[in-house]
Design a protein around this ligand. Structure first.
Ligand code: GLU
Length: 420
């Protein structure tokens, strides 16, 4: 495989290649990203000093359409991480059959240390630095970890200033007032909810009131906790970077969300008991739902997992070696490239609406999102049954079949040596 990809992505890719009908040409094309840009972003801080931040934008593949993927602001952002996330986006857009390829961007920064004005200068500086490699028909960014609607609004505005043209389709996840779409901010959790609802009979058929532990109480995790609780699930534990909260009888999610909105953190929660963050992963629950960062469940803690099924709302929360151990233990893992694909699916609707100068009603967004999530979840489950595959491998094969067809449509070795 390639040094450009983290090992985990390579393991999944190579495993799926064994089960997909993939030409050597397609495999060769998907080995490396199309382009990787590293930039330095100088930012004038509020105290007058100058700080320079490292930023990245990787376009992994754009055979099926413009690259698509979020921008994250986090201290752990590196070139390798962004490349891996762009690789996963390539498969996510193919899983959902969206007319996009895969990209990703990020800035190595702790946004909690910046004032709002510094954050705006950084957001605008990042877009100025990558403006040559993005565009509505080229590569379309969106929110990711620690970036939000306001950040997308600043970025879209900066791009319009640079290009001297109003081009809202350059970025998705914008505020409604700036060309955003209703339902985008709940799209990841809504999509995850539909996947869970579709596969529930398969993975938790015998349970009436399933229990869940959710690691990560950001945009996706907190909204999904609410939807599951409203749907009759018992959400027994949630956590963020400040605390993990537990109540075996089920937590009052609304009061925890209000507390986090007020104080910015889950610590000193109004309900439940604080437990150790690692203890959350070891709870005996029906579903464990990692919704924070990559690598949360790894070789050293996977032995503690007592859940029956893992739904990956975060990107890459289970490492490849932990995956194999869960598989041996009979724990079903429903993969990120399906579970969290609701975000990019509604991004696609925003991009289409912007290009057409149309507005879309919220009920149309949610109906289309649900139909897509259900259809692709069922297609992956069927493929898993037909080929006797884990759901993760089935999702990759499903994506590879579409990616391979697109790559092969431009010709394979057989086309060019006259044997086809
Ligand atoms: N950052 C999200 C993801 O990882 C959304 C990407 C998008 O909407 O383009 O899927």
């Amino acid at each position: 495989m390639t040094e450009d990809l983290l090992d985990d992505a390579a393991v999944r890719f190579l495993e799926a290649c064994q089960h997909a009908e993939l030409s050597e040409d397609a495999r060769e094309r998907l080995r490396r990203p199309n382009s990787s840009l590293k930039v330095s972003i100088p930012v004038r801080m509020d105290d007058g000093s100058m700080r320079t931040f490292a930023g990245y934008r990787v376009r992994y593949d754009d055979t099926r359409g413009p690259a698509k993927g979020g921008i994250r602001f986090h201290p752990s952002v590196t070139a390798a991480e962004v490349t891996t996330l762009a690789f996963w986006m390539t498969f996510k857009t193919a899983v959902m059959d969206l007319p996009f390829g895969g990209g990703k961007g990020g800035v190595s920064v702790d946004p909690k240390e910046l004032s709002v004005a510094e954050l705006e200068r950084l957001s605008r500086g990042y877009i100025a630095a990558i403006a040559d490699v993005i565009g509505p028909d080229v590569d379309v960014p969106a929110p990711d970890v620690a970036t939000n609607e306001m950040v997308m609004g600043w970025m879209a505005h900066e791009y319009a200033k640079i290009t001297r043209a109003h081009q809202p389709a350059v970025i998705t996840g914008k505020p409604l007032a700036l060309g955003g779409i209703p339902g985008r901010s709940s799209a990841t959790s809504d999509g995850a909810f539909h996947v869970i609802a579709t596969l529930r009979d398969r993975v938790l058929a015998d349970v009436d009131e399933p229990t869940a532990a959710i690691q990560g109480f950001g945009n996706a995790g907190a909204q999904l906790a609410q939807r599951l609780a409203d749907d009759g699930w018992k959400v027994v534990a949630v956590s963020d970077s400040s605390a993990a909260v537990h109540d075996p009888d089920g937590l009052d999610i609304a009061s925890l969300r209000a507390h986090k909105d007020d104080t910015g953190a889950l610590s000193d929660p109004p309900v439940g008991e604080e437990i150790d963050a690692e203890a959350l992963l070891a709870l005996e629950v029906d579903a464990l739902i990692p919704s924070a960062l990559e690598g949360a469940i790894h070789a050293d803690n996977v032995g503690d997992v007592r859940a029956r099924v893992v739904f990956e709302v975060a990107n890459g929360p289970v490492t490849a070696d932990a995956d194999a151990i869960l598989d041996d233990a009979g724990v079903e893992v429903v993969p990120d490239i399906l579970v969290n694909a609701g975000g990019v699916t509604v991004s696609w609707m925003e991009w289409v609406a912007n290009r057409q100068g149309e507005q879309v009603a919220e009920q149309d967004v949610s109906a289309r999102l649900e139909a897509r999530m259900v259809a692709e979840s069922e297609a992956i489950a069927t493929l898993a049954d037909e080929q006797d595959l884990r759901l993760r491998t089935a999702a990759y094969v499903h994506a590879l079949n579409r990616l391979g067809a697109a790559i092969d449509a431009t010709g394979t070795v057989a086309t060019f040596n006259g044997t086809s």
